[in-house]
Write a protein that binds this ligand. Sequence first.
Ligand SMILES: [Mn+2]
Length: 261
Amino acid sequence: MIELLRDFGNIIEKERAIEIENDKLVIVGDLHGSFNDLKCILEKTSIEKRIKGEDVGLIFLGDYVDRALSADEQVKLLRKLFEMKIKHPENVFLLKGNHEDITCSFYWEQEYPIGWKTAFTRIFNDEKIVKKMLEIFDMLPIAATKEKTILLHGFVPYSKERVITIEEIEKAELRDDIYEQILWNDPNRFGKTRRSMRGIGYEVGKEDFEKFMEKNKLEKLVRAHEPVENGTEDIWKDGKAFTVFSNNEYYNIGRIGFLEI
Ligand SMILES: [Mn+2]
């Protein structure tokens, strides 16, 4: 496992702001330790076969860990994700979710039913692996773009004083305000921007979302972070902002969501 983590780390080290150049892109939301849901998506999209013949990318929007039904499944999921990235570095992309951040693993050490640290400790019983995992998590990029589409885990960052730019996102350092907001924010579907009930970040209203998109010359956003009925959601029903959520095993939302753009 430690070799796999090292190889994966060496590849993502160079990835900071990802610009996806593949013609097509399959987008996967929160998996939360469900290897079975990942397997189902890989089968339904035939993505591993397609990668060999066409210019198609596969991006995961974070939250790979915690809430797993078994330690074995949690470890199998991460192993598969890392192996795919190593095998197809130009086609497979992994973004960071709030569960891959210390703000989560510090406050909620034990994520029911099985958190990633418990899973790793149970299976490997090696502190070095847990430490390496934390290092890897901190290396994951927080946002990607494909033409005029932006992809991230939580939602767009907000500031009272100004509209935040893509350049600022690219420069955001570990645990900066902008950095954490990208992992933690949500859209406010019914009102204006306000502080989040989660205790970190904001719920960003439609108006501030549109300002962000306009300033950064973006047309579409795809994010994850919240379970949505049927696995996907057109947030304001205008084709500009989407949620995709891919865990059905724990959340039982009716469908394993993924999108293709
Ligand atoms: Mn999340």
